[in-house]
Design a protein around this ligand. Sequence first.
Ligand SMILES: Cc1cc2nc3c(=O)[nH]c(=O)nc-3n(C[C@H](O)[C@H](O)[C@H](O)COP(=O)(O)OP(=O)(O)OC[C@H]3O[C@@H](n4cnc5c(N)ncnc54)[C@H](O)[C@@H]3O)c2cc1C
Length: 670
Amino acid sequence: MADTSDETKLIMEERRRMDIKVEEITNVIDGGSNNTTLRRKITDMIQNDAILSDMDQFYKTEEEKYSRGIRRALRVRKLDVDFNDTTTQRILFIATGKEIGLPIHSGVFVPTIMNLGNQEQVEKWVPLAVNFNIIGTYAQTELGHGTNLRGLETTATFIPESQEFVVNTPKLSSMKWWPGDLGKAANHAVVMAQLIIKGESYGMMPFIVQIRDLSTHLPLPGVKVGDIGAKFAFESNDNGFLILDNVRIPKENMLSGVAEVDAEGNFMLKSDPRVLYGGMMLIRVNLVDSQAVFPLQQACTIATRYSIVRRQGSIQSGGDEVSILDYVAQQHKLFPLLAASYAFHFSSRQTHELYKIINAEVKNGEFSNLPELHALTAGMKAYLTEKCLAGTDICRRACGGHGYLQASGFPNIYLQQLASVTYEGENTVMFLQCARYLMKCMSGVINGRKIVGIPSYLNERMSDRCHATSERDLTNHDTLLQCLKHRSSFLIRQAKEKIDSLTKSGKSYQDVWNITSVELVNVARAHLEYYIFSSFLQVIQNMNASADTKGKMGELCSLFGLHTINENMADLLRDKYLSAKQARLATEAELSSLSRIRKYALGLVDAFDFTDKTLMTCIGTYDGNAYERLYENAKRAPRNKTEVNEGFYNQLRPYLLKGRDILEGTKSKL
Ligand SMILES: Cc1cc2nc3c(=O)[nH]c(=O)nc-3n(C[C@H](O)[C@H](O)[C@H](O)COP(=O)(O)OP(=O)(O)OC[C@H]3O[C@@H](n4cnc5c(N)ncnc54)[C@H](O)[C@@H]3O)c2cc1C
């Protein structure tokens, strides 16, 4: 490439001007400088590895992406890192980028056995799986049912005579459909099936079923298995279908950490059945980082850097062209997302911590906090995947035409996120599960019970009116916390009143729930917004950082709170907690913060510390050299390998020759 480009000069100048402690913020994001060092070490290992550093997937076919994914999955396992360390696991998620193959094998099959198997089963299956000596999938969803687990039709019937289970998918709608790694790779599956003993059903239980021969890889007798066909994205994964026609498995293949069947066919519950869903909670907690929050941070990084180097039009008449980030409308698209990506990161970390605490309690037989954790992880999964997906598209659109190119990096990020609103619990259903818990809490409050944990604000007697009189008041963290708390509490109470009134009118519980479901989804969102904001505040309060960094994090926290309130102003006006005048002040306060954040926005995205290789972008690299990279990338496009392509010879030529003749006034000699 030529000398330093104008765009690189622009971004370097911006970095020179800004006053922000980027490295300190990086440490805060990582949860300490040790973690930053570890993350960089692992990132270096990956980016110096010939197989793992191959991030370029433009123009690869589906099959190439699939084999590349598997190659990378096997290679990751060879890295010299501590795979049991949760920080390392999270770092690996980001640093390996997208398209690591066998994600369900490593991310669901293995953890499910660890969570739901007994000690013997864990010792038998986990080492085999971790070393890729068997490849597994998690087969729950069926062609006819996904969300409604009670509707799943696969059965596992106990045969006392042979001490076996017969696993069967009795009709078309009961075939397993969607499991990742199933289509072509897996030779084992954790199959979720209705346990049947002596004609009686005992609910959904997990069974390990071998589906393919380990040497020939052909389906075993009674098994039909294959890929479900092309999808929106995730070409590196072989989501599959599975038909089981009376397949026999030994009795010890029922994962028996939670429940067991003895030789005579007696069913014994060994633990609280809710533990069955413990694995799902962990998967949800983990997936929001890799599939929602990190992608949004990446999208913000690309859009903010590009918005600095992209100059278009001027603000003053006759003035110089400005960076598009100088337009307030552009700042209003990007900065609330940037604030949200920080808020989501810290609140997700808090949820991790809570998960660890409550999981330890559960292991000691204490289940009282499990419902709260279940509601929180379901709600956070839905809220963060929904918001981050929408946010990535806003970032894409903020980059105009170039944002639509594969080379922007956005398609890769967006398509990866797209399915996250559906799998591991469809979002509406997740919001409703969260709301169900909040309704129970509200019933408790009405019946004089003191609520503990996150919804404990329902016990409080809150002020009827917000007392803010200025923009400054409305930027105050405590004022914002009260607003979010008030809104959530108001919506919970309103939904509960509606439920009670419909119930009194004689409607069934199911009808009442269905009629109120739109309000209930909103209730969950409001509660989660309060939780995210309050988590961010807690992190800032306990942050080991300079006053300057705390101040900048505080500004982001206020912006997240203000933007959330402004987006949902109708609730607070309806409740009369805010007046029309205060609503106006809240809008002004949000807009005022944009110009302050403009001064160091680049530092906020640099602090995420994504390498160019991880971002896979031409327009959002650290050096800002967007135009040269775009042109270099275009020159590499397969279509540009020949000056004249086949389409011309095969189809267009006769028409064009005629055009030539007409223009030249001569007759074709062909
Ligand atoms: C990329 C991808 C990977 C996947 N990987 C796996 C895997 O490895 N293993 C596996 O077992 N499954 C997997 N799945 C399946 C996934 O878990 C299900 O698709 C998901 O749980 C949603 O269930 P569903 O398809 O039945 O949707 P549905 O439940 O049919 O949802 C359709 C619509 O109905 C609405 N709806 C449904 N029930 C209710 C209700 N009670 N109240 C209000 N609205 C409702 C939903 O909100 C949604 O709008 C995968 C799916 C995808 C897309």
